[in-house]
Design a protein around this ligand. Structure first.
Ligand SMILES: Nc1nc2c(ncn2[C@@H]2O[C@H](COP(=O)(O)OP(=O)(O)OP(=O)(O)O)[C@@H](O)[C@H]2O)c(=O)[nH]1
Length: 424
């Protein structure tokens, strides 16, 4: 477990924030009240184990913010607590590349700290692309974002960025300058919007131009936000990045909840139908061979009854992984419910279906599933329909009959639909 170091001489505040952090985050909290004790602790601790630091700007033995400098030297992400912010103090603390500062008297303070710490946990999985022809701008933005632990990719050519976005769908935010030789920010925004909706990827436009229309135009072409380079403030930049990436992540979570099985991460039954209906009608029209298989774990009730539901869940998750990793990207695997899975594969003939499902059966039988030291093996029965029927539900119904035969005739076996007369 990662650690948060709190340096504050108020015992009340330390107790309050420790309670809030341990309630809502997977962090262990260490608290000290002085600069000297923080320094002594940092000398003996493994810095890698400290995920973030929360420090009071004014400590009894270091009243001028010396603690901020100490933590910056150790490169620990730091949130500064302060009760009397002035322009001078603000400039001083930002020099040390802090994560953020928080005004202590504010009622909202603990909530804001928790949100910021939560973001520091999530941000390493968020990829942000930066488009700017100025290497200095790219470096400044990338450094700022790395303090908040975001992953960044830098592009000085917008055309290269567009190609990258076509190949990789994991970028959550693009921050783009306006003036670039190969393509301006408006055109880049328009091009990105042809590839991604606002829910899938956010865009922030940026410009140093003194043009009042720039912000409105960026937004009209599909950007979500705009930052003026001249009045650039780190705290504003971070908030805009956080708001825009959070929106995309929240949408992604909603989509995942609607389409994926919560336990195994496979497609759920509803999404299987959404994906496969289209594939199947095309395969049927073009007489492309398909295999529709139902896979059911044998005597799964016994696993639950003997070892408990948690072990049962681990077994389901492992089998799901095996099924998903056995097929091509173009095939669809879903959990249909309970211990039953459905697989739909395009372009596989009778001979290859037999080879594929026999191999899958053996792979599952030979897998030892380790659940906290407990070693379990299971077998599956598989019913496969490779005969064409234009209705998808009928394809599945026929596979289900084969599965029933596999169960009835001994389990741990594959039953494939017999050849249809006249269709050899
Ligand atoms: N752990 C766990 N168990 C589940 C889940 N969904 C369904 N089950 C259990 O799966 C078991 C299915 O049992 P049965 O339908 O009798 O089938 P079986 O024991 O596999 O027997 P055969 O299919 O005939 O080989 C039941 O005990 C369900 O409670 C789940 O999400 N997690």
């Amino acid at each position: 477990m990662k650690n948060i170091l709190v340096v504050d001489d108020s015992k009340f505040f330390c107790a309050l924030i420790e309670k809030k952090i341990t309630e809502s985050l997977d962090y262990q909290v260490m608290s000290v009240g002085t600069y000297a004790s923080a320094e002594a602790l940092l000398d003996v601790l493994d810095i890698e184990q400290i995920d973030a630091c929360l420090v009071d700007f004014r400590l009894p033995d270091a009243p001028e913010g010396e603690i901020v400098q100490l933590l910056a030297k150790k490169r620990i992400p730091t949130i500064v607590l302060i009760s009397d912010i002035t322009a001078e103090i603000r400039n001083y603390i930002w020099k040390f590349r802090i994560v953020d500062y928080v005004i202590k008297s504010d009622n909202y303070v603990t909530e804001y700290i928790i949100e910021t710490l939560q973001r520091l946990q999530i941000n390493p999985s968020i990829k942000i692309a930066l488009a700017d022809d100025s290497k200095t701008s790219l470096r400044i933005m990338s450094t700022l974002l790395s303090v908040h632990k975001y992953q960044t990719l830098q592009f000085n050519d917008p055309l290269v960025l567009i190609e990258h976005l076509k190949q990789h769908r994991d970028i959550k935010l693009v921050i783009t300058d306006y003036d670039m030789p190969a393509m301006n920010g408006y055109d880049l925004t328009k091009n990105i919007r042809r590839l991604y909706s606002k829910q899938e990827l956010a865009i922030i436009g940026m410009s140093a131009r003194d043009d009042v229309l720039m912000s409105a135009n960026f937004l009209k072409y599909g950007a979500d936000d705009f930052i003026i380079k001249q009045s650039f403030l780190a705290e504003e930049f971070y908030l805009r990045v956080a708001v825009n990436t959070s929106r995309v992540i929240e949408y992604e979570k909603l989509t995942t909840a609607a389409t994926k099985d919560y336990l195994t991460g496979l497609n759920n039954r509803r999404h299987f139908y959404e994906l496969v209906e289209v594939m199947h009608s095309s395969a049927y029209r073009h007489s492309t061979p398909v295999a529709c298989a139902l896979v059911d774990i044998d005597h799964f009730k016994q696993v639950n009854d003997t070892y408990g539901h948690q072990v049962g869940d681990a077994v389901l998750t492992k089998i799901a992984q095996i099924l998903q990793s056995s097929v091509r990207k173009s095939d669809v695997v879903a959990r249909f419910g309970g211990e039953e899975f459905c697989m739909y594969m395009v372009g596989i003939n009778r001979e290859n279906s037999q080879i594929f499902f026999d191999k899958l059966l053996k792979r599952i039988e030979g897998t030892v599933i380790d659940v906290d030291g407990l070693e379990i093996s299971v077998t599956v029965s598989i019913g496969v329909n490779i005969n064409h029927h234009h209705v998808l539900d009928s394809m599945i119904e026929i596979a289900d009959k084969c599965l029933y035969d596999a169960k009835e005739t001994g389990r741990n076996k594959v039953v494939i639909t017999p050849e249809e007369p006249g269709k050899a």
